[in-house]
Write a protein that binds this ligand. Structure first.
Ligand SMILES: [Zn+2]
Length: 423
């Protein structure tokens, strides 16, 4: 069937990893190998957004290059993918050749007025979305009036049309036998999407002809970068389980890909949600894509702090500069970090810490009294300061490869992959 020709099937379990400075692909892959030895296959997806490439000064080909080098070096036999993360029509082109996974970001178009004629056409076509909507796995039907449907379609239609434009653009650019995975992301917006909204969005994506395999809604609560979830866990659990049921329903009702699944963005370090997600996957047999938030860079700092004086000195310098430029570093991330400035030590106090104290302050072990989520978040957004030092930082990574790699692998394997997929 012509409309299915671009299919490259994303596996049930996949996990997105970022590697801003392109030195940790092997250490990351090793964590997946360890998990495979435990009996669970999870497919690694290396992701990097246009914003990250711009801040670091790297190009999309490099992600594919280092990932494939790691795959060869470690003899990885399972699949792996390269994700053009949060791309839009104006940024997608340089990702076409080297990516087989595209995260189409249309959050900016949410809420922009759509043509009322098109809204009407959709509502007419989809009378099944008016009334008490019964979904297997959700105890109570949710009521949707015609007015509700019009309002929700009006809010998301333009975003879905935009996703369609980008999707067809990729299809054409990929050439005669396009093979890629499509994710649609709506997470970088103000308000979460409810399960009924998700259902309507999926119906719209189907009408638009997008073979979406994974969708990243905005969930309830705060998904701050690199730290734990902040919000009502039981509310998240209900929403997450309802979303899974909605997806299963939409796959049948709207002929969407059978492997369609949820994608959790900024999914790294949401440790209090991992048992909830794990339970949901076991119960429902659903799949999941977890996208991490570039926290590998923090593991690099932890490794350097522990590597000796030279590495620790570097981390102290980065901290001092980050503190000085906190305002401007945090500004672009205002909606995804929460730093209590009063809990940030002065650069002098930070400089007085030894390497292992610094590592403990950054390493995400919440039970450790030395852990400081404010330091962690500030350093998380400070990666461009390291990029500015150029080869000084990357030379330190090379010189201390072993201790840094150990942090990267252990963090992924112990704190992320195992709790999520093994429980
Ligand atoms: Zn995202």
């Amino acid at each position: 069937m012509a409309k299915h020709k671009e299919r490259l099937e994303l596996e049930r379990f996949s996990f997105g990893i970022g590697d801003r400075f392109a030195h940790q692909a092997k250490a990351q892959l090793k964590a997946f190998q360890q998990l495979a030895l435990d009996g669970v296959d999870v497919v690694p997806v290396w992701n990097k957004s246009n914003r990250e490439h711009t801040l670091i000064g790297s190009n999309p080909e490099s992600v594919h290059h280092f990932a494939s080098e790691a795959v060869t070096a470690l003899g990885w036999r399972n699949n792996w993918h390269v994700d053009a993360d949060h791309i839009r029509l104006e940024t997608v082109d340089r990702f076409i050749g080297c990516s087989d996974f595209f995260t189409i970001d249309v959050a900016e178009s949410i809420g922009k007025p759509a043509s009322s004629e098109k809204v009407e056409t959709f509502v007419e076509r989809h009378s099944e979305l008016i009334g008490d909507i019964r979904i297997q796995g959700i105890a109570h039907p949710f009521p949707l009036s015609e007015g509700d449907l019009v309002a929700i379609v009006g809010k998301y239609l333009l975003a879905v049309e935009e996703a369609g434009r980008i999707y067809r653009h990729i299809l054409v650019k990929k050439g005669p036998t396009p093979k890629f995975i499509t994710e649609v992301s709506m997470d970088e917006t103000d308000s979460p999407q409810t399960p009924p909204e998700l259902l309507i969005i999926l119906a719209m994506l189907s009408d638009e002809g997008i073979r979406v395999q994974t969708i990243a809604p905005k969930f309830t609560g705060r998904f701050n970068k690199g730290v734990d979830y902040v919000g009502d866990i039981s509310k998240f659990e209900k929403e997450f389980n309802d979303d899974i049921a909605v997806i299963a329903h939409a796959v049948d009702a709207y002929d969407l890909p059978r492997n369609l699944k949820l994608s959790v963005h900024s999914g790294s370090d949401k440790f209090s949600l991992y048992p909830v997600i794990h339970r949901a996957l076991v119960r429902s047999h659903a799949g999941i894509h977890i996208k991490t938030a570039g926290t590998t860079w923090l593991e690099e700092l932890i490794g350097l702090a522990e590597s000796g004086d030279e590495g620790a000195k570097f981390v102290k310098e980065i901290y001092a500069q980050a503190l000085e430029h906190a305002e401007e570093l945090c500004a672009p991330y205002a909606s995804v970090i929460d730093i209590d400035r009063s809990k940030l030590p002065s650069s002098d106090r930070f400089a007085a810490l030894n390497g292992s104290q610094i590592a403990s302050a950054i390493r995400h072990i919440q039970q450790n009294p030395q852990f400081n989520a404010n330091i962690r978040q500030l350093l998380h957004v400070a990666f461009k300061l390291a990029a500015k030092t150029g080869s000084r930082f990357t030379n330190l990574l090379v010189k201390n490869e072993e201790i840094v790699a150990q942090q990267v692998t252990e963090n992924l394997y112990q704190r992320h992959l195992r709790p999520l997929f093994i429980g």
